[in-house]
Design a protein around this ligand. Structure first.
Ligand SMILES: [Ca+2]
Ligand SMILES: [Ca+2]
Ligand SMILES: [Ca+2]
Length: 337
């Protein structure tokens, strides 16, 4: 029995390392390759140098940069931190205070705008323009707070607006955008409800553009030099020339953005293809013109939170008035380059 058991044990040992010759060949090949590599002594001199380039920035400025400096990270010191390497303490920004009026919610008696969207709780905390297809440059996704929308009086928020900085070298080129908030008295403020609007853009000369989701856009005729301290641009009193002809409507001594571009396609149109009137009818159901739709809708031309096709304070009449009540086939075209 013991001899038999020993013989069995030998058989097992012989059968197990079947692939050993292949493995051994592989390891030897690796060693040979490594040996051959270590004997190749033809490495030339390597020069490690600084690198760098110049990159364009929004607004036409440029920045020079290098990769030659070692950044070793932060270190703590008493009362603060030190960072090895160059550092920009904060992002370059310019600030802008635009004043403007929208015709839709404008009240010619008070000279202010209604804030029915806000008081009715319809005004969104997030800016609507990204979702509507407006192209943001640097801006977008702005969010405000319930506390900001709780403010009443002349500084109550009417709606979100869309501001553009266009290149001082070319008024067709949008350098930076921000969604901002419009107060009842026309002040356009940042998402905190009070501050001038901040753009991540270098100081310089810009054309200022203003858009609203159902009014015709407007652009300043001349550039405005912006910097870290807020600069005011008044589009409500006629003191700031605008691009094109009749880009703003005059009511009393005020200038207002033309209401009625429900489709947001750059015109106010009452009849014909893609007109702005039909969109209102569709919104109230398309069949019964006396129906209404409540909420935050682009078809709500006068921003009273109700889309209305007929009857008092309807949203259709301002479109007809703005193309000319006696010339319903006319089209009022947005004045932009
Ligand atoms: Ca104000
Ligand atoms: Ca239109
Ligand atoms: Ca309405």
């Amino acid at each position: 029995m013991p001899r038999s058991a020993k013989r069995t044990s030998v058989v097992v040992h012989e059968a197990a390392p079947k692939h050993e010759p292949i493995l051994r060949t592989f390891i030897i090949t690796l060693l040979l390759l490594a040996s051959a590599g270590s004997q190749a002594q033809s490495l030339g001199t390597t020069l490690v140098s600084c690198g760098g380039d110049r990159s364009g920035l929004p607004g036409g400025a440029s920045i020079s940069w290098s990769i030659g400096e070692v950044v070793a990270g932060n270190g703590s010191v008493t009362g603060g931190q030190v960072t090895q390497g160059m550092q920009q303490p904060s992002r370059i920004a310019v600030r802008l205070s635009v004043a403007a009026l929208l015709e839709g919610p404008y009240n010619a008696v008070t000279g202010q705008m209604n804030d029915a969207l806000r008081s009715g709780g319809w005004l969104p905390l997030s800016e609507p323009y990204g979702a509507l297809g407006y192209t943001h440059v640097g801006g977008g996704g702005e969010v405000t707070t319930g506390a900001v929308l709780a403010v009443t009086g002349v500084n109550a928020i009417v709606d979100w607006v869309f501001l553009e900085l266009r290149s001082g070298a070319n008024n067709s080129v949008v350098s930076a955008t921000r969604s901002a908030l419009l107060q009842r008295d026309g002040d356009i403020v940042d998402t905190d409800g009070v501050s001038p609007v901040r753009f991540n853009a270098p100081p310089g000369a810009y054309y200022i553009g203003l858009k609203h989701r159902n009014h015709l856009s407007v652009l300043t005729l001349s550039t405005v030099v912006l910097g870290g301290t807020a600069v005011g641009v008044n589009l409500r009193d006629g003191s700031t020339p605008t691009y094109g002809t009749n880009a703003l409507k005059t009511i009393n001594s005020d200038r207002v953005l033309w209401a009625g571009d429900v489709r947001g396609n750059g015109d106010v149109k009452y009849t014909g293809g893609n007109n702005d009137r039909d969109a209102i009818l569709v919104k109230v159901g398309g069949v019964t013109p006396t129906n209404t739709a409540t909420g935050y809708w682009r078809e709500d031309v006068n921003l009273d939170a109700v889309v209305k096709y007929t009857g008092g304070a309807n949203d259709r009449d301002p479109i007809l008035v703005n193309v000319g009540s006696l010339t319903p086939n006319n089209v009022r075209v947005q004045q932009l380059p």
